[in-house]
Ligand binder design. Structure first.
Ligand code: BT5
Length: 258
């Protein structure tokens, strides 16, 4: 897809105004970070039809067929304190969920910290990377992978992944969805201003089925079990453990009583 195709009809004033498009790249996040380091503006996007080293958190792979999906990274320069960066994946999840619902009519659920699900299966993931200074965020790159028209997944993903096309039963117009995500990221961007701190939390919470669920959280080998009580003002997951309440800022969650 060309930059022209992607940008046509974007209503957002800043998001998606500049889109760097690639047929193949290692990871759109790498390129976006390099551009952000060279003072690219907020809302600049790096888009690729194929990633040779697309990644998730902790070096895990993001596997997606070429030319069937959306894979892109957006540069943000939010005026948030470094403690509040955990709100950013929630902001991106709300923006993508809202765009997908508008474009397809499907009902999207958010799963902390960075997954978007349809009927319990993951169709999109968010990868946040950035540069923090002592008391401020210099830039953040939000990498977004959305399974759009892919119909088949590798055996390791078949049970837990889906695409919009598989859920809806018809092909989705990828540029139209991309434009809607840009509009939506701009629409919700004001929830990140310091005066509206945490405004994104209730928007995210209304789209989750995690509240009051029994979960286990794997934090790189150490596993906690408890009941989800909510999201903290800084975007952490508040979990009631047997002996105390704890706010977590990272981890892989399994919902045990689904
Ligand atoms: C994520 O990580 O879900 C973040 C994915 C972000 C991908 C975008 S694409 C554009 C940008 N450039 C990049 O290089 N990355 C970003 P995590 O929560 O760690 O989930 C990774 C796990 O999801 C893998 O270990 C697999 O189990 C699973 N997975 C991999 N590919 C998937 C897919 N296409 N659909 C659903 N699940 C997938």
């Amino acid at each position: 897809m060309t930059e022209e195709t992607l940008r046509q009809g974007i209503k957002a004033r800043q998001f998606g105004r500049k889109v760097y498009t690639f047929e193949t790249i290692d990871s759109t996040n790498n390129c976006a970070k390099a551009l952000a380091g060279c003072f690219a503006q907020e809302g600049t996007v790096v888009f690729a039809e194929h990633q040779s080293a697309g990644r998730g958190r902790l070096g895990r792979a993001w596997e997606a067929n070429p030319n069937e999906n959306l894979m892109f990274s957006v540069i943000l320069r939010p005026s948030l304190s470094p403690e509040a960066v955990n709100l950013l994946p929630l902001y991106a999840a709300v923006a993508v969920a809202s765009a997908v619902e508008k474009t397809t009519g499907l009902r999207v659920q958010c799963k902390w910290p960075n997954d978007l699900l349809i009927d319990g299966k993951k169709f999109a993931g968010i990868l946040l990377e950035g540069s923090l200074k002592q008391s401020s965020v210099e830039y953040v790159v939000i990498g977004i992978g959305i399974n759009v028209n892919q119909m088949e997944f590798p055996p390791t993903l078949m049970q837990k992944a889906t695409s919009l096309r598989l859920s809806l039963g018809r092909e989705i117009d990828r540029p139209a969805l991309f434009r809607e995500v840009m509009n939506s990221m701009e629409q919700y961007h004001n929830t990140l201003s310091p005066s509206k701190f945490s405004a994104v939390v209730p928007l995210w919470t209304t789209r989750t089925q995690m509240l009051n669920r029994q979960i286990s959280v794997d934090q790189q080998g150490s596993v906690l079990s408890g009941i989800v009580r909510g999201i903290s003002p800084e975007g952490g997951l508040v979990v009631a453990l047997p002996d105390k309440e704890q706010t977590l800022f990272a981890g892989d969650v399994t919902i045990l009583d689904l």
